[in-house]
Design a binder for this molecule. Structure first.
Ligand SMILES: [Ca+2]
Ligand SMILES: [Ca+2]
Length: 169
């Protein structure tokens, strides 16, 4: 649903696809053709990412399983390869899809806007206890102020897109 074949091939070479497919099969021990969100969240790229649970929730919308195309897509959000691919111009589509995923990650209540409260929750889970709540609040306020073109105090998707995303959070 998220993924078009053209964006898979733009992202990864045939070798990369084979490598990913081997990993996918390893996770999918029973050969079901899909992996559960629990199996999926055990992969290293996700384990070291503090947002992984939330990202899994967004990607596994139906709350169940991940098939191979979705698997490739999800890893593109996390991996170094995905990031460098995302930054090269020919992969603008992949980058944009990753931003769409991130928007859904941030927009926790799904109302189509990222509120300061939602951004605060995400930032908190990213930095842990390294910053005080007051410091975080300042960062959130400044981020929203800088990006909030229509001045409604929250970010819609086009405002959110202006964030210079680095997917290796
Ligand atoms: Ca929202
Ligand atoms: Ca706004």
């Amino acid at each position: 649903m998220y993924l078009r074949a053209s964006s898979i091939s733009a992202l990864v070479t045939a070798d990369e696809i084979k490598r990913l497919y081997r990993r996918f099969c390893k996770l999918d021990k029973a050969g079901k053709g899909y992996v559960s969100s629990i199996e999926f969240s055990s992969i290293p790229e996700l384990e070291k990412n503090p947002l992984s649970q939330r990202i899994c929730q967004v990607l596994c919308k139906q709350g169940e399983v991940i098939d191979f195309p979705l698997f490739v897509k999800a890893l593109s959000v996390f991996s170094n390869k995905g990031e460098s691919a995302a930054r090269s111009e020919c992969n603008a589509t992949v980058y944009n899809e990753a931003v769409v995923v991130m928007f859904k990650v941030y927009d926790m209540d799904g109302d189509g806007f990222v509120s300061p409260e939602e951004m605060m929750m995400i930032f908190k889970s990213l930095v842990g206890k390294n910053l005080s709540t007051a410091q975080l609040q300042q960062i959130v306020d400044k981020t929203i102020k800088d990006l909030d073109i229509d001045r409604d105090g929250r970010l819609n998707f086009s405002e959110f897109q202006k964030v210079p995303w680095d997917f290796n959070v």
